[in-house]
Design a protein around this ligand. Structure first.
Ligand code: UT7
Length: 326
């Protein structure tokens, strides 16, 4: 009996139109007495600009637009989708899930729709769950989305975080196939590190309790990121019986160009084999990997039949990788 794989049938992405350069952000922050510069941001992170959504735009709006583009690229009608998973840390509301809201915006009903919360590695987790459900026969055509309005949880008086993040969404249509497809997935978490990257607040009794903004010990996250990304990349290759030489494209989480280049170097990949969007998008958390994937596909860099290594690390800490033939 032939194995049942899941394969990426189409990709899509969407960025809110308002693009804010480092210089514009630095000028806005200076008006509030916060000092930063284009030079510092570019040198330490590789970020040159990010997109911010208008106040009335939610993650489900960005995600629905990315989903429509992925559906069109795959030649799939919304009504054919039998599973929706949205990875987000900035859901529209506490509940119901952003996935349920997005499902309705696509004009469909009935199929399972739920969110996955693994912060910046959320899309990798969502893709692994969808892959497992397709392999098991529980789904055949799934929509997997990473969507964020991270600007809503940024403290613009904290220059160590507010210059790093942006808003956006990316999506893939994953469908059952006799051919790969996703070759292997690898997921991890270490809750002992919850405090180094978190939004330590919640809603209770009609009020926000605690601190509702992103807090990060950047250097610690940086150090752990380099280690765990190397480990998960090696693990997913081993699971698939592949080697570094089989990778055509590294599609990493777009948090910091220095972490990304470090990951590529560990895999003995030249920087030309890595998709880079961090310069234009900043860190869009769960949206970053699908945004980078779609950008590589639409730019004609990523071609059918090529092998992709997708990897990410985020709050939790959580981390993981997906190895797939596109
Ligand atoms: O998406 C989830 C995963 N997240 C990540 O992977 C992020 C990982 N961490 C990082 O990318 C980096 O640690 C940062 C980009 C957050 C920071 O870069 P760094 O090279 O680790 O800088 P640093 O924290 O060591 O700060 C160096 C200096 C400090 O000044 P002093 O103490 O040396 O005088 C900071 O106060 O840079 C200062 N600084 C800034 N200066 C201008 C921090 N933020 C800024 C800023 N503008 N925005």
């Amino acid at each position: 009996m032939t194995r049942r794989y899941s394969r990426i049938a189409g990709t899509g992405s969407f960025l809110p139109p308002r693009r804010v350069t480092n210089a514009e952000l630095a000028a806005d922050l200076a008006r509030c007495g916060i000092e930063t510069s284009d030079e510092w941001i570019v040198e330490r992170t590789g970020i040159r600009a990010r997109h911010f959504a208008d106040p009335d735009v939610a993650s489900s709006d960005l995600g629905a637009e990315a989903a429509r583009r992925a559906l069109a690229a795959a030649g799939v009608q919304p009504g054919e989708i039998d599973l929706i998973i949205v990875a987000t840390s900035t859901p529209d509301v506490v509940f119901p899930s952003t996935a349920a809201i997005l499902q309705h915006k696509l004009g469909i009903a009935g199929c399972p729709a739920f969110d996955v919360q693994a912060v910046c590695s959320g899309f990798i987790h969502a893709l692994a769950v969808a892959d497992a459900m397709i392999q098991s026969g529980a789904a055949s055509k799934s929509l997997v989305v990473g969507a964020e309005v991270f600007s809503r949880i940024l403290d613009f008086s904290d220059r160590t975080t507010c210059v790093l993040f942006g808003d956006g969404a990316g999506a893939v249509i994953l469908e059952a196939s006799g051919w790969p497809g996703i070759l292997a997935t690898d997921l991890h978490a270490d809750g002992g590190l919850v405090n180094i990257l978190c939004v330590p607040g919640n809603v209770a009794g009609g009020r926000v309790l605690g601190d509702p903004f992103v807090r990060m010990e950047g250097q610690l996250v940086f150090k752990h990121a380099i280690t765990v990304l190397g480990e998960t990349a090696r693990a997913v290759l081993a699971k698939a019986g592949k080697t570094e030489a089989d990778i055509d494209w590294l599609v990493p989480h777009q948090a910091n160009i220095r972490i990304m280049l470090g990951s590529a170097k560990k895999l003995h990949l030249p920087p030309e084999k890595m998709i880079v969007t961090v310069d234009q998008h900043g860190n869009t958390s769960a949206a970053s990997v699908p945004l980078a994937l779609d950008s590589g596909v639409r730019a004609g860099q990523i071609k059918r039949g090529q092998t992709l290594l997708l990897e990410a690390v985020g709050g939790g800490l959580t981390w993981g990788a997906v190895l797939a033939v596109f």
